[in-house]
Write a protein that binds this ligand. Structure first.
Ligand code: AKG
Ligand code: FE2
Length: 341
């Protein structure tokens, strides 16, 4: 087997003028595949700085019910910290392949991971055009000793950033709870106990029509907050059989409802399928903050949301069982969701 440093997309893509076979998507999954791409539509943008809490709650709920995606502005995280974080992730991916591997190999239990394409726990055959660093980032600081020490400020910047994002994620979850009539603290405990950060790097691709940066999926999270680099598009959301481009707005976060929140709310809010496309001229970075439950959690609809409901309810199951199924089913989301009912 080839060593990891050689498999990173960024380590070989500069010296190739074509897309290797294992990175070519089947025709139906290519950027121009089964569905049209809309250049007109956009996901909602919500101003969290507004003083009308009721109005913010309504907007968040509407966007979460209709799109499963929205962007937030005036969210309280400083522009400097957002820029510093994107820069640190950019600098990390610009290190030599050997350095990157070394910086992500400090934990014998492999809590910090570096991989090309996708985490191999997924059952997916075709590769994606990206490299990713992934590690847990609980506000307690646990696992931080296994994060990279290069670039020099990695732990300081990413530590500060992930603590801020934890607060923002809980602020948004509280608003969703308020809108649904759930206890505002519903997600405070183990359901949000294992946050993870992913720093993605999508190098330029010689033929973006054949590849994807990441294929169509719903996140197996409660909620995801995504920071995208300004001026470079890549993220697309599937809505009513159309791909909608998520244009980066300065100082905004993209918020995405995860499949687990869909289950907990018994389908009141929906996780939307999304993907990232590549481009031929410029590399793109994004930083995803995933709110994952602690592994011992049980996932199922909140009692308050099934009382009196006549519709089908999602199954309740141990979270580790959910994960096993999710990874085994791979990208076939809709079929998997049917089995969760
Ligand atoms: O980079 C992006 O725009 C999307 C990343 C994503 O979907 C994910 O990390 O789950
Ligand atoms: Fe995602």
């Amino acid at each position: 087997m080839e060593s990891l440093d050689k498999t990173l997309v960024s380590s070989w893509c500069n010296v190739r003028s074509n897309v290797p076979h294992s990175y070519i998507q089947p025709p139906e999954n290519r950027p121009v595949g089964n569905y049209v791409t809309s250049t007109q539509k956009a996901i909602p943008v919500i101003d969290l700085g507004s003083h009308d809490r009721d109005d913010i709650t309504k907007q968040i709920l509407k966007a979460s019910e209709e799109y499963g995606f929205f962007q937030v502005i005036n969210h309280g995280v400083s522009k400097d910290l957002m820029d510093e974080t994107l820069n640190i992730i950019k600098e990390f991916h610009a290190l030599s392949p050997k350095e990157k591997v070394e910086e992500c190999s400090k934990d014998p239990n492999k809590s910090c991971k570096l991989y090309a394409s996708h985490d191999k726990i997924y059952n997916i055959d075709v590769n994606f055009w990206k490299d990713t660093i992934l590690h847990p980032c609980p506000p307690s600081g646990k696992y931080m000793e296994y994060w990279p020490e290069k670039p020099a400020k990695y732990r300081e910047v990413v530590g500060k950033y992930t603590r801020e994002l934890n607060k923002l994620a809980h602020k948004i979850l509280k608003l969703i709870c308020e809108g649904l009539g759930l206890d505002p603290e519903y997600f405070q405990g183990s359901l949000s106990g294992a946050p993870v950060m992913l720093g993605h790097h999508y190098p330029p691709c010689p033929d973006p029509s054949l590849t994807l940066g990441v294929g169509k999926h719903k996140d197996p999270t409660i909620i995801t907050l995504l920071l995208q680099e300004e001026g470079i598009q890549g993220l697309q959301v599937l809505k009513d059989n159309e791909w909608i481009g998520v244009v980066p707005i300065p100082n905004a976060f993209v918020v995405n409802i995860g499949l687990l929140l869909q289950i907990v709310t018994n389908g009141r809010v929906v996780g939307a399928e999304h993907r990232a496309v590549t481009n031929s001229s410029i590399s793109r970075r994004s930083v995803a903050y995933f709110i994952y439950p602690s592994i011992e959690s049980v996932i199922g609809p909140a009692q308050a949301l099934i009382n009196g409901s006549t519709s089908k309810t999602y199954k309740t199951m141990p979270y580790d069982e959910f994960l096993k199924q999710y990874y085994k089913k791979g990208p076939d989301g809709p079929k998997f969701e049917q089995e969760l009912l």
